[in-house]
Structures are given as C-alpha cells and as structure tokens.
Design a protein. Structure first.
Length: 429
C-alpha cells in the first residue's frame, strides 16, 4: 500500500515539476496535441495514398523517399536559422505548416500532389525538430536539458499512441470519407498546437545583434561551425548509426516476424506496446544525470550491449518452436526498449554538452540531420542484413550497434578527461 502511495506521489511531483516551468509547460502540452495529430497521419497516410488515392506501392515509396531527402537538408537549415532569427516564431510557423500539409493529404488524388504534401511535411518536421532542440538548449540549464527532452519524448509516445487509436476509427469504418475526415482532424490538431507555442518567452530566441554587441565581453560574437568540429561530427555519425535501431523496430521487426518466424503477426503489435510502455515509464528517470559526460558515455555503452544481445535474440527466433519464438522475440523487444531509452538519454546529453553553446541551433541541426540520414539509409541496411542474410545478418547488426555505442562512449570519456567540452555561455542575462 505504502509503495503505491509513494509511486503516486512521485508521479504527481514529476507532473508538478514539468508544469512549473513556462517553457516546458508550453512545449509539453503543444507536443501532446501535435503528436496526437501525427499519430493519426502515421496510421493513415500510407494506406490512404494506396487504397483511396490509388497510388501504386512504387509511387508511395517514391513519395516518402523524396520527402526523406528534403527533410535531411531542412533539419540542418532549420537549426542554423534558429541561431539568427526567432526560434519561437520559426517553431510556430513550422507547426502550422506541418499541420495544414498533413490535413491536405485528404485532398490528394495524384502523385504530384502527394509529393508536394509530403515535401512540405518533411521540411516542416525537420525544421521543427532542430528548432525545438535549439530552444531547449537555450531555455534550460545543463542539468535539466536532457530531462526536458525525456519529458517531451515520453509525451510524444503518449500522443502518438492516442493518435493511433483515433486513426483506427477510420480503419474500422473503412470508407474514403472516414479516412479524409480523420486526416483533416489530425492535421488541424497538429496546427492548433501552435497556439500554445506563441506563449513561449523571448528567452528561447537567440540574442539579437544589439544584445550580442552589448554583451560582447561576456559572450564571443561567433561560435564554431559544427562542420569544423571533427569530434562533434564523429559523435553525430556514430549516434546516427545507433539510431538505426528505430528502423529495426519499425521496419525490420514486422518483416522478420511475418516472413522468418512462426510467430503470429499480431505479436508485432504486442512488441510495439511493450516498447511504448517501457519508454513512457523509464525515459525520464533513466535519462537523469546524462548531462555528465562520463555518465552519458557509460549509459550509451550499456545501451550498445543490450542492443547487441537483443539482435542475437531476434535472429535466434527463426526456426524455433512457437513458444520459444514468442519468448525470444518478447525478451529481445524488452532489451531493445531498454537500449533505446538509455541510448537516447546519452545521445541527448552529449548533443548538448559537446556542442558550442554559442551555436546551439546549428549543432542541434547537425545532430538531427544525421538522424534523418540514418532513417533514410536504415531500411536498405536492414533489408540487406537481417532480412536477406538471416541470423548472420542479425550478428552484423549486433556488432554495428555495439561498436557505434562504444565509439560514442570513448568520445564522451575523452572529452571528460581532457575537460574540453565547450564552455557554457549565457545567451540571456
């Protein structure tokens, strides 16, 4: 009984702390609303383009390939611009644009229309992610940045889960009108979340030229470009390689379970639920303290070991009896979820602490861009390894994830020993 009371008190304390800060409060509520809309689109857009708009599978794949390519450039450019113009108004505009573009999918009947809609969505989402990270870098102290990211990640999972349930209404009804109506509702919800972002305080923006000149003695005028920071480039690249674990979850596991194991297809949904529940429950507590370089490196190394073990279990599930297959896949999904939580906490901490604080937008844009590249390359890599080569392919992935994680850990520990993490400057008085 007393343990239950303590758990409830802890949960309410976490909620109270989240809503005490005006920046985190606005970002949290806006994220919850927008990700409900995003969950709707993730559930329906592919099926709408295929079943309602009548586009063949090759054209649907082309639409997403074009969008992914455009999103890569938008991730960096959005962050770069956030260092010179208002991040607050960039985020407001990007959220409105993304929401309207998502709603416009309901009007798509031809390939060119789908390409335009998806391109606008990709540009807006890529920009929004980098700008939001730049806002977090400016608005919070090093000790609270990663926790803030973890809170938003938790809320994102909750919102997408709710949105998936809303999208399921259209799937259940199965009519073109239902698809269109729910898509419009989802897009409008996404756009409407911008109303909460208007209330963000001015301190989330980069200092103006006048402020930089007035504070020239305290804050150097220009920071280092991430393109000229080999350590950050290497870290971002290795973190992006590890981020392919998201592609394993979203693409590799459904294909592997359906075609290479005796497990029923609905087990994929159960594995997704396991992942979502663990991320929601553990992302915030396990991300605490990763602003410390050594801790960030340590949790990333542990994530690499867990992910490698998970890959071995995924691969071992082929050719086994039904009960053994289910046990192996569920155990692998638990290890995968724990690895995801730890790796994200470590990556967020290092993405802030290794960056030049005078250029938070550019550095976060670089970090987001490498993740976008991983998302585009990942499906091809998963198909070439796990899906085509079976257990041997899973072993290749296990080695890849382990080496990437250990590489990040080495970078973190070397930075901690040398004390060469960029000095923290205050962008606002």
């Amino acid at each position: 009984m007393w343990r239950g009371k303590l758990a409830w008190r802890f949960m309410f304390a976490r909620i109270r702390d989240t809503f005490a800060d005006p920046v985190l409060r606005s970002l949290t509520v806006a994220t919850l609303i927008s990700t409900v809309g995003r969950g709707v689109s993730l559930t329906l857009v592919v099926l709408y383009l295929s079943l309602v708009a009548g586009l063949p599978a090759e054209q649907v794949a082309l639409v997403y390939a074009i969008g992914s390519g455009i999103g890569i450039a938008a991730s960096y450019l959005g962050g770069h611009l956030a260092d010179s113009v208002s991040a607050r108004w960039m985020l407001v505009g990007g959220v409105v644009a993304a929401g309207l573009a998502l709603a416009s999918v309901a009007l798509v009947t031809e390939l060119w229309q789908a390409v335009v809609a998806e391109s606008v969505v990709s540009v807006a989402l890529g920009t929004n992610g980098s700008v939001r990270s730049a806002i977090i870098a400016r608005a919070f102290s090093p000790e609270t940045r990663v926790t803030s990211r973890a809170v938003l990640r938790t809320v994102t999972n909750i919102g997408i889960t709710i949105g998936t349930g809303v999208g399921a209404i259209a799937l259940a009804l199965g009519t073109a009108e239902a698809y269109r109506a729910i898509l419009v509702v989802g897009g409008i919800a996404y756009a409407a979340s911008a109303l909460l972002l208007v209330r963000l305080p001015a301190r989330v923006d980069a200092p103006s030229r006048a402020e930089r000149e007035a504070d020239a003695d305290a804050v150097p005028a220009a920071g280092r470009s991430p393109w000229r920071d080999p350590r950050y480039l290497l870290f971002s690249g290795l973190a992006a390689v590890f981020a392919i674990q998201f592609v394993v979850l979203n693409v590799g596991i459904p294909l592997w379970v359906a075609h290479d194991t005796v497990a029923p297809e609905y087990l994929v949904s159960i594995m997704f639920i396991v992942n979502t529940v663990l991320v929601i429950a553990l992302q915030v507590p396990l991300s605490r303290g990763t602003h410390d370089l050594r801790r960030a490196g340590n949790v990333t190394a542990v994530a690499g070991v867990l992910m490698a073990l998970g890959c071995v279990l995924y691969g071992a599930a082929a050719g086994t009896p039904l009960v053994a297959t289910v046990v192996l896949l569920v155990a692998a999904s638990v290890l995968h979820a724990l690895s995801e939580v730890l790796s994200q906490g470590g990556a967020w901490g290092l993405s802030f602490e290794l960056a030049d604080p005078r250029r938070p937008g550019a550095y976060q844009g670089m970090f987001s861009m490498t993740f976008a590249i991983a998302s585009m390359v990942g499906p091809l890599l998963i198909t070439w390894t796990a899906i085509s080569m079976g257990f041997a392919g899973w072993l290749i992935l296990a080695a890849m994830f382990l080496l990437a994680a250990l590489g990040v850990a080495v970078i973190a520990h070397r930075a901690a020993r040398s004390g060469s993490a960029p000095q923290e400057f205050s962008a606002r008085p």
